[in-house]
Design a protein around this ligand. Structure first.
Ligand SMILES: *Cc1c(COP(=O)(O)O)cnc(C)c1O
Length: 419
């Protein structure tokens, strides 16, 4: 009785002053150290990774070390020219949903480019990678009769929300653990349709899924596979088709999902797969149908970026070299970073307050911008600085970064690895 009365009283309080409730919840976040503060940046075209940071009434120059524009394609002259040309030709917005006047020829060129990138029959674009996961998993999970979705425990929020939205039964398998996946597949009625949903490169730890083994397990139980290659497209494989391309596995994955907003440097998301699957999602997905199509210039820029990275290895080669150099320099000083086979370097601080403070000092005193990654993005006690070296970070940038972290590691008396 008491507790339900208290509940009622607090609901009543909320109802008379909504803003007081909002402020209270925000203060709770601040106390926990989980309140998000965005750096106010103006990126400089032609000078990646430089940006101007705005703070109240002043500005200062910073070097960005945490961008997902992994190869600096967001400033590439070919991509910029393609976007300028498309604006001059078609104007700004698409002018409608894909269904009602908004399908521009540039959208179809982009979808053909993506289908070719992944050697699939078709591709379908969305307004973001988040929407592509949410809408595609939502549609497949709800429309495939009695479907079960087997989801890796570290899948991205957009996949989790898509699965939730589908209302399909969900089974979570241990991260990258094929034995656990197989056991969970075996426990499901063999007649039920199943989807195995996972990622290739995981964003926060930078580890990579055993795609071949996961496909073997899925095949054994007749499950469809859904692979998020958001952190891999443009970066891995001889044409930037992702880890599945690098490993010769694209034909074994039923649905490849990717973004145009990270390594391709623009905006948008997509799925690639069979013509029937793409047409099915196109026809039944609310998140595809009832929203304005991407601006034609965005599609033109993404197409130019994908085309360039299909041919050019320079960006990928230089990025690998820069990543290896940063890791080696950290190793020499015992600065702890998570070992992984990708381009993502998580420097482990393992404390939310230190993580936030180090990030602030780097930004304010060294002009180095690395956003702190705290709970709930990563588990408590594994707070980190997620560093993404690009082909455009110079030797001097690396010297400056390494020296700054070395000083801060001493100042804050943080643990070092012993050589
Ligand atoms: C960023 C991200 C997305 C969403 O892509 P956007 O194009 O940024 O919306 C999807 N999946 C993963 C794993 C991501 O990290």
């Amino acid at each position: 009785m008491t507790s339900s009365n208290e509940q009622l009283a607090s609901e009543k309080e909320v109802a008379v002053n909504f803003d007081a409730y909002f402020e209270g919840e925000l203060n709770r976040l601040r106390k926990e150290g989980n309140y998000r503060i965005f750096a106010d940046l103006e990126r400089h075209a032609g000078e990646f990774p430089r940006a101007t940071r705005y703070t109240g009434d002043t500005t200062h120059e910073v070097t960005v070390w945490c961008s997902n524009d992994y190869l600096g394609m967001g400033q590439n002259p070919l991509v910029r020219e393609a976007m300028h040309a498309a604006i001059e030709k078609c104007g700004t917005g698409a002018g409608g949903t894909r269904n009602i006047s908004g399908t521009n020829h540039y959208h179809l060129l982009l979808e053909a480019e993506l289908a070719d990138l992944h050697h699939k029959e078709a591709a379908l674009i969305f307004t973001s990678g988040y929407v592509s996961n949410w809408a595609s998993l939502g549609t497949l999970g709800s429309k495939i009769p009695n479907c079960v979705i087997l989801s890796d425990s570290l899948n991205h929020a957009s996949m989790i929300e898509g699965i939730r939205h589908s209302r399909a039964d969900k089974v979570i398998w241990k991260h990258n653990d094929v034995d656990d996946l197989r056991a969970k597949l075996a426990a499901i009625d063999p007649d039920r349709p199943k989807i195995v949903a996972f990622e290739s490169v995981y964003s926060m730890d930078g580890d990579i899924a055993p795609i071949a083994e996961i496909c073997d397990a899925a095949d054994e139980f007749g499950a469809m596979t859904y692979l998020d290659e958001v952190h891999a497209v443009g970066l891995y494989g001889p044409r930037g088709g992702g880890v599945a391309e690098r490993e010769g596995l694209m034909d074994r994955v039923t649905v490849i999902e990717g973004t145009l907003g990270k390594a391709f440097g623009v905006l948008g998301g997509y799925i690639a797969g069979s013509a029937a699957m793409c047409d099915f999602v196109r026809s039944f997905s609310s998140g595809f149908i009832f929203t304005t199509a991407l601006p034609p210039a965005i599609a033109a820029g993404a197409t130019a970026s994908i085309r360039h990275l299909k041919e050019s290895q320079i960006e990928r080669d230089l990025q690998k070299e820069r990543v290896a150099l940063v890791r080696a320099r950290f190793d020499a000083l015992g600065i702890p970073h998570m070992d992984n086979p990708s381009h993502i370097i998580p420097v482990m601080v393992n404390d939310p307050v230190h993580c936030r403070n180090i990030s602030d000092i780097l930004l304010d005193q060294y002009g180095i911008y690395i956003q702190p990654i705290n709970y709930p993005t990563v588990p408590k006690g594994t707070e980190r600085l997620r560093i993404t070296p690009s082909p455009l970070h110079t030797d001097e940038d690396i010297d400056h970064l390494v020296q700054a972290l070395n000083e801060l590691w001493s100042q804050c008396a943080l643990a070092r690895n012993v050589a």
